[in-house]
Design a protein around this ligand. Sequence first.
Ligand SMILES: [Zn+2]
Ligand SMILES: [Zn+2]
Length: 427
Amino acid sequence: MYEFTPFYYHPLSYSQHANLCRQWEKAKAASRAEELKRLKRDRFQSALDKLRQLGWGDELDLLAPKYKPLTRHEPLRAAQKLTDRIWQNIGGGVVAILEDIRDERYRTKHTEVLRKRLDALCTVILNKYSNSPRTVETEYKPHMCDIITMPEIREIVHSSNDAALGSQSEEKVRALLPSLVDHWQTRACEELTRLASRWTKCAEGADVLSLAATHFVCSVCTKLLPYPEVLAHNCLRYLAPVLFRHPYNQYMIYEIAAWTVGVNGQPWNSQLLIGPGQRFHERIRTIIKLCGQDPDRTTRQELKNLNVYISYPRYNDKNRVITLRTAVEKEWQCWTSKSRHDESVEYKGRIATEAELSEAQRGGQEVLWSKHDYPWCCSLCTPRGDDRSRFSLYGIQAHMQQMHSINNASEKEGNFYAYPECGMQPF
Ligand SMILES: [Zn+2]
Ligand SMILES: [Zn+2]
């Protein structure tokens, strides 16, 4: 007799039934996932096969086994067979990725060749340059960043794909260098003459660059710069600061290669210079006139030879004795400072008397200079970049002793020199 068994008494209880259902569902989902995975794998593999047929084998070998940028490319991740029609649509995008990789590989290879050739070039140039110890005059010659961008030098670096520069090229650089340096200095002087003539009064036939009244202003840091110091000013070879990497875009491989061998500046750029303005120029002329000189023709050297000093009123009753250079720099500070801005062309100082001068010199020559804590540069170190180390007197003597085994180093012996733009430079 059929006996009615309520559902909940059935041998296969409700919960068992649900369990089975879940297992079935899981198995089905797993097999579906497996299927999708297989479709994706096949699609990716077909794409790799097609790319190899198209000649991208070398690039694919580089990316194997993970094929990273390709695996992230969305059209290759779809779970769908890669038909010829689909490939026609997405193939271009995939090939573009490999083109980038190939270009990058060529660039890296080429940068490495340039790096080695530039490295050898820098060594040749520095050996030639450092035949005699550096002086402040060396600062006024083209720096490494100027030399390596000269067309003649670029041509030598680019003349071969050989990582070694080669003795023939090295000889060529050594032979060319003196005329390249001369040419650079002549061109720089021409540019400066053209600029200075715009705002400097100059007697007919006089050389405007050598005039004591001639000054330039750096538009980056607003420093007042005489010639020739303007040739050494840092901002004019300045490069935007970077963290860890070079500041160039990937296509500037010559510049990147130069950066990696320590040449970290841009060529000297006179476009960053402006004039100090007509009224300030008049004030400098007033100072020169005080010395009994004609500002239209007196040169910096002539003014320096006069050996005159300025007595300048201080807030207390005493006057301060300063060099002509310090006098001009102080005027510029007042001129550019908002709080002490003074538009008059009148000058408050006068020539120092003998008595005032000997009183000031009792405290040593340094009191006449405006204070610079780190003015000294080593004559024997030849850095490639424009980040030249500067030292205090104690610092430079310790450096000469430790690095060059020179005891009691001195400026007089030519062991070190004062960096341009310091108070002890001539007017
Ligand atoms: Zn500057
Ligand atoms: Zn040194």
